[in-house]
Design a protein around this ligand. Structure first.
Ligand code: MRU
Length: 366
């Protein structure tokens, strides 16, 4: 997608052929800074500290992290060390494990002398595959937006999204945003309600930034606003991303998604989840019971960072000293509240049979 007219991806192999460039998402929307990852540890820290974030991008970064690990030590012990270093960086997005398993399966049979080259090749494939998958999601989700646009006789289609499931969360295009970008490109009038997404504000700082740079009309709203908008017919369609979809169709995504799904259900607003197939975890049968929910530092709740009127970046505390805080980073929306799953193989019902029929090869490996 575009930043000031220039095409960017969120992660790439640098011109030197081995180091990895990534947009530092902790600095957006205030500063556009590219980080250079040169070691496996750099990749691990980038994921843990959320320099990169979003399930598909976490997977792609881990894949490049394995390539960097193979430069450092391509022995069997090095392969294990790389895997073990990266797998513990964040617990909820299953794309991390998916990418690391893909890398290990590809590299284990390769002669250690050739592992580094093979690792970069497989990591490049994983990144390219993500972009292709997202194009498929864009095409399949477009039909939903087109249908609403036709029903509204060309009036603006109002969408709502939560967190950032945009191109910054993937390698390019995004998942929830992919159909929106495509609709915008095709000349359909769209407008996106962007949940600010406390506590880290990925909506306000990342989704708004990318939609704005790509010229897509949008409005940032406090997280509590969605229900009111839905009651007043101001949301035609909600599309969110996900960090893990259980075999039964339960959807884990950024904290607050469940509340939006409840409001959508109560107001007959279609609630769709866009996902690439690596986000499905066929090993988990019940999302609410079995998906591990990350708990992050309380400072994400107590402190806020922003730019002051005179241009300085400053962090301020907004919670009284001594008040305990809780910071659950994700929640699980039960399948019954999800209208459909937009995947690269079509829009599916959120249930075991539909997921299994669309992705039989993933079941075989679970
Ligand atoms: O904690 P984050 O910012 O990594 O959480 C991201 C989300 O919850 C996204 O909605 C999800 O990863 C889907 S990204 C296409």
């Amino acid at each position: 997608m575009k930043v000031d007219g220039k095409h960017y991806r969120s992660i790439w192999r640098e011109r030197d052929g081995w180091s990895v460039g990534a947009i530092d998402q902790r600095r957006l929307p205030h500063e556009f800074i590219v980080a250079k990852l040169t070691t496996c540890e750099d990749a691990a820290v980038a994921i843990r500290d959320m320099l990169v974030r979003g399930a598909p991008l976490i997977g792609a970064t881990a894949a490049y992290g394995m390539a960097l690990a193979m430069r450092e030590d391509s022995s069997d012990a090095g392969l294990k060390r790389g895997y073990d270093t990266l797998i513990v960086t964040r617990p909820t997005a299953i794309n991390l494990k998916w990418a690391l398993d893909e890398m290990r399966t590809a590299l284990a049979p390769v002669d250690p002398e050739e592992r580094a080259e093979a690792a970069y090749a497989r990591a490049d494939e994983i990144a390219e595959q993500d972009v292709e998958i997202n194009r498929g999601i864009a095409r399949n989700g477009l039909a939903l937006i087109e249908a609403i646009a036709a029903k509204k006789r060309g009036e603006t289609v109002n969408l709502l999204t939560h967190c950032n499931a945009g191109w910054l969360a993937t390698v390019d295009w995004g998942t929830a945003t992919a159909p929106i970008y495509l609709a915008h490109e095709r000349g359909i009038k769209v407008h996106v309600w962007v949940d600010e997404t406390r506590p880290r504000n990925q909506g306000a700082s990342l989704t708004a930034w990318e939609l704005g740079h790509h010229g897509v009309p949008h409005t940032v709203i406090p997280d509590n606003t969605g229900g009111h908008l839905m009651q007043h017919g101001m949301v035609d369609l909600a599309i969110v991303g996900t960090d893990r979809v259980a075999a039964n169709g339960d959807v884990c995504n950024k904290i607050g998604t469940y509340l939006k799904a409840l409001a959508a259900h109560d107001n007959n607003v279609p609630f769709y989840v866009a996902l690439p197939s690596p986000t499905i975890d066929f090993a988990v049968n019940d999302g609410i019971r079995d998906i591990p929910i990350e708990q992050r530092s309380g400072t994400e709740v107590t402190d806020m960072t922003g730019r002051t009127a005179d241009g300085r970046l400053e962090t301020v505390r907004i919670v009284p000293k001594g008040s305990p805080v809780a910071n659950y980073a994700f929640d699980v929306t039960p399948a019954r509240l999800v209208t459909g799953l937009i995947t690269e193989r079509g829009v599916l019902k959120p249930d075991r049979a539909s997921l299994a029929a669309a992705f039989p090869e993933r079941i075989a490996r679970a």
